[in-house]
Ligand binder design. Structure first.
Ligand code: NDP
Length: 251
């Protein structure tokens, strides 16, 4: 039921953090994973790690906020693999700034990286998924798809938007056997949150006090949901948004 042998998966931002955790899970389930990011050194290291574990993985570099680079990414994917079954829109960024001080360039960077990228990748993936007889789209939101956070305006807006965009494509492509779902991670220990911890005194203690399971998530905590949503096991699940947050959203 969870076997992904013969499937090709693309994970944007798959060269580190949560993306690499999900890529590893998909590859362990049998998929060939294509990890993507802008930083070639990081991608090479991720590839060495995955291949060193005997997993099937390759890399294509792209800035997914850039329309031309997304088109080139999918052209290369089609040439190299001839198919796509699973798309994980995971690339993301955050800029902390008081709303009154946020520049338009900062707003646009976050919206383009977190939300417009998902639109560009879904649009480019559609013909490949359709040609494969259907497929799976996993869009990475956040607990900030649900909750607000001060100084994170474009992050909250983009992560809220990704849930609604997921519902829209789930409906549009339901009859083509394409299931689209969002995953909403809680506080996960990655480069992104190391940065936040450095900027926000007391964040570590607040997270530990607020999260019911009283620990930070690890990138591998997202692997199981990725495999489930990429596999036949989730064929009747579409348009939903699933928190993976140690109970944060219910506490
Ligand atoms: P990291 O900063 O560790 O990783 C972000 C990844 O995105 C990197 O691999 C980076 O690769 C890639 N990336 C960033 N911008 C672009 C771009 N323009 N084009 C292509 N790739 C890009 O963050 P996380 O692993 O923590 O975050 C992954 C996702 O999970 C994000 O969408 C984030 O918002 C979300 N999330 C994270 C949470 C957490 O607590 N960590 C909580 C909730 C959601 P490169 O540098 O090579 O471009």
């Amino acid at each position: 039921m969870f076997d992904l042998a013969g499937k090709v998966a693309l994970v944007t931002g798959g060269n580190g953090g949560i993306g690499l955790g999900m890529a590893r899970g998909l590859a362990q389930a049998g998929a060939h994973v294509v990890v993507s990011g802008r930083n070639r050194e990081k991608s090479a290291a991720a590839l060495r790690a995955l291949q060193g574990e005997g997993l099937a993985a390759s890399e294509i570099a792209a800035d997914v906020a850039d329309e031309a680079q997304v088109q080139a990414l999918f052209a290369q994917l089609r040439d190299q693999h001839g198919r796509l079954d699973i798309l994980v829109n995971n690339a993301g960024t955050s800029i902390r700034r008081q709303p009154q001080d946020m520049t338009l360039a900062e707003w646009t960077t976050v919206m383009d990286t977190n939300l417009t990228s998902a639109f560009l990748c879904c649009r480019a993936a559609y013909p490949l998924l359709k040609a494969a007889g259907g497929g799976k789209i996993i869009n990475i939101g956040s607990i900030l798809s649900i909750f607000g956070a001060p100084y994170a305006g474009p992050y909250c807006a983009s992560k809220g938007g990704i849930v609604q965009y997921t519902r829209s494509i789930a409906l549009a492509w339901a009859k083509e056997n394409i299931q689209a779902n969002a995953v909403l991670p809680g506080w996960i220990d990655t480069e992104m949150t190391v940065g936040a911890r450095e900027q926000v005194p007391g964040l570590n203690e607040r997270v530990l006090a607020r999260v019911p399971v009283a620990r930070w998530g690890k990138p591998e905590d997202l692997a199981g949901i990725a495999v489930f949503l990429a596999s036949k096991a989730s064929d009747f699940v579409t348009g939903t948004a699933i928190p993976v947050d140690g109970g944060y959203a219910i506490a």
